[in-house]
Design a binder for this molecule. Structure first.
Ligand code: ADP
Length: 686
């Protein structure tokens, strides 16, 4: 009832003041004026509102039952009290002033409009009130009738209504703020509401689309049909799925659509709320990604097919523990077992009892494997001779080429599926090729034997030839025998030179066959590498006049347990090459230093000569191997020196490699351990 009245009050504004005293109509005023207090009292008692009569001086003359109920005072407690006792203390003083003004010129009015008036009950509690006043003459004194209404519920309702309006406003804002298209359509798909998001997504304004049919407007392409969506909405109340719409300008918009059926209290469908999120870009990216993925996969498969059809074993490893990235079919044949992806090399070998050994059957320590050298030192290892002892015990001679790859290269071959286990950026990566040379070994053995015998047989006649020629030259010079013509002398010198070269060749050949047969045993002795190097450099200084030979080192002694004859042979060979292959002359530098961390002596021999062509670098340590540019320049040689050098250095437990640029020069690097594998004594150096 209160609510109804309240509504009424809203509609009729200050007419309410008259209504608050419905029993005293305007036209009855004159009758009332003559009314006695007793009659007035009876009349007021009948009113459903709380009414009070206040004397001209402001004291309460009468209060009806509703008044008593509203304020909690008994009637007799109220009578005679000043009106202000019904107000909270803070309003009292001001009210006395108002009342005085009012009684000076009394008129009918409502007091509540726009004001927050409060009453105070006997128990001290306050409550919002609405008050209407009306002057009345009782006898000859002006009294005032006040109608007081408890506004608690109305105020609460009012507050709630305001809050609700605010909520609705915020919801509307949110709907419009949303970048999703939010639309409401009726059960036959006519558009009822269309937010900013929808305007932006589809290019139509709300005004243009209201009342139009969604799927006609948007030329919807369903995976099923509108009927299936409607059926599910009817059955389950909601539907979610992907739809293809057409924008006003004709382009396709792919949306993730969520639809909810709204029913009225009677249960019949009234509307469908549809929220469409634009996923066009996401879908396009996904499609592009899956196309790239498919291409990469097919490229990888193609690459794998090519690799699998190659007879040599090829694999790629990464990390300091050489975990497998990819391998071809031949790899499994050479190992005699299948190496699982991502398994470290050592684990793989141990699991299958596979060993990597040298010619004599000695196991290589793992850091000496070509694969590890490429991974750990970034070294390019060409034609490294290793033997693989397969799980069956069978030994397979192989030549290993191991090349460090850059990580950048690896990233360009990565695929989404390997992204998780892709090597870390700084991780080393190496490509390793194993060439099974067992078929060659047999013929090689026969050839080695033949060479060995031939070289051996050549030694004696060569020695005789050399002595004869030398003594002929010497004796003629001393005037023994007839004088020789110039051309005869030149020929003798040519013979002597050729004999020297033949002797060198046979010595090299013999060394090669001895090495092949494992017959070279190192005669190790603590040797000062510095004086050894000085000796070699000095010897070359005598003849190499066009070159600037320099020995650089910070040490005076650098002692290592080496076979001095063999290391001298190696240095001689490297230095002789450096001079020979820089025919224009130029600097040739030999540098020696102690590497304390690696416990090794590091030697480098550098020239600024013709260099080694890139495409022949992989084979240069092979026997009889000579680069094309060396031959083209008419520089003579056997192609055995580097092979011997490397084998001898490796026999010492060291390593030999190079860096070279054709036309720019070559640097050979050599490291020799400062301690023999069986002694742990540290060798002194200063
Ligand atoms: P050779 O007797 O031909 O010098 P080596 O085994 O010592 O034989 O060297 C093999 C080949 O390597 C040479 O023929 C030459 O092509 C190349 N080579 C070796 N050292 C150098 C160098 N310092 N500069 C350029 N090429 C070199």
């Amino acid at each position: 009832m209160n609510q109804d009245r309240h509504a009424h009050h809203q509609q009729h504004g200050d007419r309410y003041a008259a209504e608050a005293t419905p029993f005293i109509e305007e036209k009855e005023m004159s009758a009332l004026e003559c009314t006695t207090m007793a009659t007035l009292r009876d009349l007021l008692r009948l009113s459903p509102d709380a009414l009070i009569v206040v004397s001209h001086e402001g004291s309460i003359v009468f209060a009806n039952k509703q008044m008593v109920a509203l304020f909690g005072y008994r009637q007799e407690e109220l009578i005679g009290q000043p009106l202000e006792c019904l107000l909270p203390e803070r309003f009292r003083t001001a009210h006395v002033a108002h009342r005085t003004t009012y009684t000076a010129a009394p008129r009918m009015r409502s007091m509540g409009a726009g004001l927050n008036l409060f009453g105070k009950r006997k128990d001290g509690s306050e409550f919002p009130v609405d008050i209407s006043l009306r002057p009345v003459l009782v006898g000859d004194t002006v009294h005032v009738i006040g109608a007081i209404r408890d506004m608690t519920i109305q105020r609460l309702l009012e507050q709630e209504r305001l809050q609700q309006a605010e909520r609705l406003r915020m919801q509307a804002d949110l709907i419009n703020l949303s970048r999703d298209a939010i639309l409401v359509r009726d059960p036959i798909s006519r558009i009822l509401s269309w937010n900013h998001g929808a305007e932006e997504l589809y290019g139509w304004t709300a005004q243009e689309v209201l009342g139009r049919i969604t799927h006609t407007l948007l030329k919807t392409r369903f995976s099923g049909s509108q009927a299936t969506i409607d059926a599910q909405l009817e059955r389950e109340g909601r539907w979610e799925g992907e739809l293809h719409h057409i924008h006003r300008d004709g382009h396709v918009v792919i949306v993730e659509s969520r639809q909810v059926l709204i029913r009225n209290p009677q249960g019949s469908a009234t509307a469908i709320l549809e929220i469409n999120r634009d996923i066009t870009e996401r879908r396009q990216v996904e499609q592009a990604q899956s196309r790239i993925h498919a291409t990469t996969i097919s490229q990888r498969t193609f690459l794998q097919q090519i690799l699998d059809s190659l007879p040599s074993s090829i694999y790629v490893v990464h990390g300091k523990d050489a975990r497998l990235v990819l391998a071809n079919r031949a790899a499994a044949t050479i190992w005699g077992a299948v190496w699982p992806l991502e398994q470290p090399m050592q684990t793989f070998l141990e699991t299958h009892t596979i060993a990597i050994v040298d010619q004599q059957g000695q196991q290589f320590p793992s850091e000496a494997w070509a694969t590890m050298r490429a991974l750990l030192h970034g070294e390019t290892v060409f034609q490294h001779q290793e033997f693989i002892r397969q799980p069956t015990g069978k030994s397979l001679p192989i030549l290993v080429n191991a090349v460090p790859l850059t990580s950048a290269y690896w990233h360009s071959v990565e695929t989404p599926e390997t992204q998780e286990n892709q090597p870390h950026e700084q991780e080393p990566l190496a490509l390793v090729v194993h060439q099974d040379v067992s078929a060659l070994k047999e013929t090689e053995y026969l050839k080695d034997e033949f060479i060995g015998i031939a070289a051996h047989e050549l030694r004696t006649p060569l020695a005789i030839l050399k002595t004869s020629v030398s003594s002929m030259i010497v004796q003629t010079a001393r005037g023994h025998g007839p004088q020789l013509a110039d051309w005869q002398q030149e020929m003798l010198q040519d013979i002597e030179y050729a004999t020297d070269r033949l002797t060198d060749l046979t010595e090299d050949l013999l060394d090669v066959t001895r090495l092949q047969a494992g017959q070279i045993v190192l005669q190790r002795a603590p040797t000062n590498m510095i004086s050894l190097a000085q000796r070699v450099v000095e010897r070359f200084r005598q003849t190499a006049t066009r070159h600037h030979l320099e020995l650089r080192t910070e040490h005076t002694t650098l002692e290592a347990p080496i076979d001095p004859r063999r290391i001298e042979q190696v240095l001689t060979n490297l230095l002789s090459n450096a001079i020979k292959y820089s025919p224009q002359g130029g600097p040739v530098t030999v540098q020696l230093e102690a590497n304390i961390a690696a416990q090794s002596v590091d030697v480098r021999v550098q020239d600024a000569g013709i260099g080694i062509p890139q495409q022949q670098q992989a084979q240069i340590f092979g026997r009889f191997m000579r680069a094309d540019n060396a031959k083209a320049a008419g520089i003579t040689g056997t192609g055995l020196g580097l092979y011997l050098c490397r084998t001898l250095i490796e026999q010492h437990g060291g390593r030999l490699w190079f860096e070279s640029k054709e036309g720019k020069g070559t640097t050979f690097f050599l490291t020799l351990p400062l301690a023999t594998p069986d002694t742990t004594d540290t060798i002194s150096y200063r």
